[in-house]
Ligand binder design. Structure first.
Ligand SMILES: [Zn+2]
Ligand SMILES: [Zn+2]
Length: 444
């Protein structure tokens, strides 16, 4: 049994004593129900097995063609890399860069970092540059969108099957498997167990010593003393009230230097904040930019099809209508939700959260925190249409018969997705709860 330890919630900043977590069990926040800790038996071994599988699948997925299109005995096939290249040569380099980053670069970095962190540990050695690789992995994880790519490929297959005979390639299946294995690796990797193993592994003589979780129990006691002196009377005690920040990446609790608002994590080197700096104004700035770009994203053509019968310009909405009319209504619904409803609800939801937090509302904080988690979870699925366009552009290149090119709205749309993801990242849900603290303090 592990001893009880101090926990600080990443969503509401409540400080609480964690009970020993049984194997397979989860500790949740008393106030906002966020998942604080999960005790995964054999976490690192399983993550390593998944990461090795992901590495093999990643290589296969990028070497072999995903899908081919056969017109009059002519077979056009494309790999993901080739699709990116065609977008780039068409002058759509922002979209090419976006697709490259989210489907090749970020998943690749995630797999490589996982392997370089876990393989040395399996041989009981300290990994090389563990803090740096851990940070890179933490940053890469939300931007790898293999699961959205798979869905985009399926929608593209249905659209293409109306044009010509579709031949599926090896990479389509290996991407599907990669999606599952990557999700398994992310779910199995437990940062807490990882760092306690790193601290125990023999360190090379010249390596920077990686700090083990320092005891913050004294800080807790200090905070309680502060509370007893009346600065924060018996109300819930937060990390910020005790000057303790929780590292976003590795979960370490670190004491902030006095009078400083930012510092770096002694264990993984990520930036530490009691609260994200200028969170609300930065969220607003990103949201306003997203709102402005949402208009051209929906009004301008997202795709140009030129064929023997002339040129046809499609907006996102007319693409949905086309799918609906051609009988693929489940896909029409899917594209509508991912490309039109989700970005709009995300902009509205985040504006609501930012506004109510700015007004210091104390109304339904738990529900608002839940809305925030939902926004963070679904935002990535808006990339769906970008991947559909990528595959159509890559495959429909029959000069005389038909050619599809990406339209200007694709760039605006990609920017909306990225801006709203940054906005969600910039928003600090702990600010929702700070209004409650103030109310508690003033009530006494
Ligand atoms: Zn909480
Ligand atoms: Zn850290």
């Amino acid at each position: 049994m592990k001893r009880a330890e101090l926990l600080v919630c990443h969503d509401c900043d409540l400080m609480q004593r964690g009970a020993p977590c049984p194997p397979g069990g989860t500790l949740r926040c008393l106030r906002c129900n966020a998942e604080l800790e999960r005790n995964l038996p054999e976490s690192l071994g399983r993550a390593l097995a998944f990461a090795l599988g992901a590495f093999v699948l990643f290589v296969i997925s990028n070497l072999y063609p995903i899908v081919g299109l056969s017109v009059n005995g002519n077979l056009v096939r494309t790999t993901l890399w080739h699709a990116v290249e065609i977008l780039y040569l068409d002058g759509m380099w922002p979209i090419a860069a976006l697709v490259f980053a989210t489907t090749i670069l970020m998943p690749g970095m995630q797999v490589v970092c996982l392997l370089s962190l876990l393989v040395p540990l399996a041989f009981n050695r300290a990994p090389w540059q563990a803090p740096l690789l851990f940070r890179v992995m933490y940053i890469a994880r939300p931007w790898g969108m293999t699961e959205v790519l798979i869905l985009g490929l399926l929608v593209a297959l249905v659209k293409l099957s109306h044009i010509a005979t579709v031949v599926t390639g090896v990479a389509l299946w290996s991407f599907g498997a990669l999606m599952l294995v990557l999700a398994g690796a992310s779910a199995a990797f437990d940062a807490r167990q990882f760092w306690s193993r790193v601290a125990r592994a023999p360190q090379p003589a010249n390596a920077v010593k990686v700090a083990d979780a320092p005891s913050v129990t004294t800080n807790f006691a200090r905070g309680q003393q502060a509370g007893a002196r009346g600065e924060r009377a018996a109300g819930p005690l937060t990390g910020a009230a005790c000057g303790i920040a929780r590292c976003h990446a590795c979960g370490l609790l670190a004491r902030m230097p006095a009078a400083a608002h930012a510092a770096t994590c002694p264990r993984c080197g990520s930036a530490l904040h009691l609260r994200k700096v200028a969170s609300l104004s930065r969220t607003w700035a990103l949201l306003v930019a997203a709102m402005v770009l949402y208009v051209p994203a929906n009004v301008l053509p997202v795709m140009d099809t030129s064929s023997l019968f002339g040129t046809q310009k499609d907006t996102i909405m007319s693409g949905v209508v086309y799918l609906w009319v051609s009988g693929s209504w489940p896909l029409a619904l899917l594209v509508f939700i991912a490309s039109i409803a989700v970005p709009m609800l995300k902009i509205l939801g985040l504006s609501y959260l930012t506004w109510t937090t700015q007004r210091r509302w104390t109304w339904l904080p738990e529900q608002r925190t839940r809305i925030y988690r939902l926004i963070e979870l679904v935002g990535r699925w808006s990339m769906l249409d970008i991947y559909v366009i990528t595959m159509l552009v890559a495959l429909v290149q029959f000069n005389a018969l038909a050619t599809i090119r990406a339209g200007p709205a694709a760039i605006a749309f990609g920017a909306v997705v990225i801006l709203t993801m940054f906005a969600a990242n910039m928003f600090d849900p702990r600010l929702i709860w700070d209004a409650m603290e103030r109310e508690n303090a003033s009530a006494r």
